[in-house]
Design a protein around this ligand. Structure first.
Ligand code: HEC
Ligand code: HEC
Length: 338
């Protein structure tokens, strides 16, 4: 059916930037890349709805106190700001900073060290992890078979066969709907030249320049290359990062480049929220860190080196990152607790 295919392509590339893609549910802003839905976990409205209920349901944790949303809260752009590390069941403390899950559906690897490949696998990790939800799968299965979930489950999967794998598929499907594309930076890119101030435009130029090299790692639509780098935070890494997965000494202290979308909303910064010089609480501190060239470490990426930025240039970089805030994410009714 070439004519239909042609229509889809024409609509997808239409001039109007908010023209929805007709071949996708949910309606994605047209200037975002196509969301990759995995084979075997197609998206339907019923599955998204089930996933949303599960995402916010504390009864999934062993103590009935923790949901995914406890550490990835909509009003904090799905991070756990201002907590450096998160509190799981019975007050168990994790060791890493909870990332935002905005646009997480586009990530090629999950977790700071990439130990999960998909959102489905990732969700299962958090669900079973003893310091996060520590789920009792027998109790959760009973909950999913109860009146609370029976009809939602049937709508989502077409039968009542309950499994944790399917529950995580529903959560992952909900997560794939959480997308941000309406910051002032996005609007500027869509032709609203007044959306960024002069200072923010100067910061943008610096960010994308060979002088700072920021965008060589924080590149692409979500400001990440989905690769691991050591940015010189410590002389000694207690959390060895990617090394824990590969056991390759060259991966010591390397972490996945995080997205910078809504970055102003998710302090503290870095995988452990920390650095040798102290907590990383502000974007100003992060820029100072890069400008100073970081703490020496054998694996430190050569792009992290003294930059010689002047104060107004540092301020411009920070201003640019703040222009990546899309506050509609925080209040979108589709992503709130049902
Ligand atoms: C107790 C707090 C806590 C709970 C509960 C929790 N998470 Fe997380 N989440 C974290 C932390 C901390 C990390 C980073 C851990 C790491 O990288 O090792 C993380 C990482 C993630 C990531 C990876 C993002 C990326 O860019 O790599 C996703 C997605 C995610 N969580 C979704 C979920 C889902 C879905 C649930 C519920 C099934 C959940 N989380 C429950 C704290 C939590
Ligand atoms: C060599 C790749 C690389 C370069 C160059 C780079 N970054 Fe990063 N950035 C990373 C990685 C990797 C992390 C996470 C490091 C960690 O936690 O150990 C990070 C973390 C950050 C964070 C904290 C994000 C969060 O969610 O905690 C900000 C903000 C940031 N970088 C901004 C910048 C700016 C601004 C520049 C340019 C001055 C820059 N980066 C240059 C790779 C890079």
């Amino acid at each position: 059916m070439p004519s239909i295919a042609l229509i889809l392509i024409v609509v997808g590339c239409a001039e109007d930037p908010v023209q929805p893609l007709v071949d996708q549910f949910p309606v994605m802003p047209a200037h975002l890349p196509t969301m990759p839905y995995p084979v075997g976990n197609t998206i339907t409205p019923a599955k998204v709805d089930l996933g949303r209920h599960l995402y916010f349901d504390q009864r999934l944790s062993s103590e009935g106190t923790i949901a995914c949303a406890s550490c990835h809260r909509p009003e904090k752009s799905f991070s756990d700001a201002p907590n450096q590390v998160s509190m799981g069941v019975l007050g168990a403390r994790g060791q890493r900073n909870a990332p935002m899950i905005v646009n997480a559906g586009y990530r090629k690897v999950m977790f700071w060290d990439g130990r999960a490949g998909t959102l489905e696998e990732q969700a299962m990790g958090a669900f079973l992890n003893s310091t996060e939800m520590d789920a009792d799968t027998i109790a959760v299965a009973a909950l999913l078979r109860s009146d609370a979930y029976r009809s939602k489950w049937l709508d989502a999967f077409g039968d009542t066969l309950v499994s944790m794998t399917r529950a995580m598929q529903a959560i992952a499907t909900f997560e794939r709907t959480i997308v941000s594309a309406n910051s002032r930076y996005d609007r500027f890119n869509r032709g609203e030249t007044q959306a960024l101030s002069e200072q923010e435009r100067q910061g943008m130029q610096l960010f994308f320049s060979s002088r700072t090299m920021c965008s060589s790692c924080h590149g692409g639509n979500d400001f990440t290359d989905d690769q691991y780098h050591n940015v010189g935070l410590f002389h000694h890494y207690f959390d060895r990062g990617r090394y824990n997965v590969t056991k390759d000494p060259l991966d010591e202290g390397k972490f996945k480049t995080p997205t910078l979308r809504n970055i102003a909303l998710s302090s503290p910064y870095m995988a452990t929220g920390d650095s040798e010089k102290g907590l990383m609480l502000t974007l100003e501190q992060v820029v100072d860190h890069y400008n100073d060239g970081g703490t020496p470490f054998p694996n430190k990426d050569p792009r992290v080196k003294k930059l010689g930025l002047k104060d107004p240039e540092k301020a411009a970089l920070v201003a640019f990152m703040k222009a990546l805030t899309d506050s509609s994410v925080l209040t979108n009714p589709a992503w709130q607790k049902p």
